[in-house]
Design a protein around this ligand. Structure first.
Ligand code: ZN
Length: 297
């Protein structure tokens, strides 16, 4: 709560490339709402800045993002921010399924769609583990580069939900690898993600920034409007293939799972209650604190 959006997300522009840095390395860049709205604000700033041609999103420290904040001291899930992506009643004044739906459609689903639709090319530079909600940021970008130290994982099946709110897994990895990742809660290496077509390039950690910058510069050589139209063209093709329909359908399953968990276990994320998370976090060092994903309960 003491954190300010400007602190948890850094913004810099150099040679036409805007870099947005998730900046909670002490919590493995766990995404509190300040960070989510900070990313949104930084992305808008980049789109409106005529000097910016390409946007890179990366993480401070050795982790890209460990997912949504479920237990750090800066967890602010009870704070109502001004709605930017969805027009639903304020989640802080709603209850039960309505509360979860209103919150998750604003800060997760529609926010990711808003980022995907940003008119300038975006590159997720995945500098380390990219877990659960971290996937949603990477998948909202046009291109993904990854360090050899990176991996991709969505272990939230252990919480009784089918996957993170933006269910793009089959689109990004193909159906077989998506099932393997979800069923096993396993780690998909950067190399394997590249082989699946999700990752554009894999670099050694000390080469990632340089190689991503070179990729961004190649993209930046093109006409701004032509690039924007190329982006819209590919996104529309994907939309026509059922991208949004599929994701909306699974968002309903995701909400069903939260409600089922609340009925049978008393909280929306079965087996991983906030009390249990807090207890384990208090026992760990701050460096290990950020942790993996998920909502309010
Ligand atoms: Zn959820």
């Amino acid at each position: 709560m003491s954190e300010h959006q400007d602190d948890v997300v850094l913004y810099a522009v150099e040679d036409g490339i805007a870099t947005i840095t998730l900046n909670r390395p002490e919590y493995r860049n766990a995404q509190n709402l300040a960070m989510i709205y900070g990313i949104d604000g930084a992305l808008k700033r980049a789109v409106l800045d005529d000097a910016v041609r390409v946007v890179v999103i990366t993480g401070a420290g050795s982790v890209f993002s460990a997912g949504h904040d479920i237990g750090s001291p800066g967890r602010d899930v009870h704070v109502q921010y001004d709605s930017r992506a969805a027009l639903w009643p304020e989640y802080t004044r709603a209850e039960a399924a309505e509360e979860r739906y209103a919150r998750e459609i604003e800060i997760y689903l529609e926010m990711c769609r808003r980022w995907r639709a940003a008119s300038k090319p975006t590159i997720a530079m995945v500098n380390g583990p990219c877990i659960a909600g971290g996937l949603m940021i990477a998948w909202s970008c046009d291109l993904i580069t990854a360090s050899t130290s990176a991996y991709f994982a969505d272990p939230v099946v252990q919480m009784g939900v089918p996957g993170v709110e933006l269910f793009a897994h089959p689109w990004e990895l193909g159906t077989r690898l998506a099932k393997e990742m979800l069923f096993t809660r396993g780690q998909v290496s950067a190399e394997r993600a590249a082989a699946a077509g999700m990752v554009a390039l894999v670099a050694e950690p000390d080469r990632l920034v340089e190689e991503t910058r070179a990729l961004a510069q190649r993209v930046a050589r093109n006409d701004r409007f032509a690039l924007a139209l190329a982006k819209v063209a590919v996104n529309r093709a994907q939309d026509a293939m059922g991208y949004h329909v599929g994701i909306d359908s699974v968002f309903g399953l995701h909400q069903l799972a939260h409600s089922h968990n609340a009925e049978v276990a008393g909280h929306g994320n079965r087996g991983v209650g906030v009390d249990a998370i807090r207890a384990s976090l208090q026992a760990e060092s701050a460096a290990a604190a950020g942790n993996v994903d998920e909502g309010k309960e």
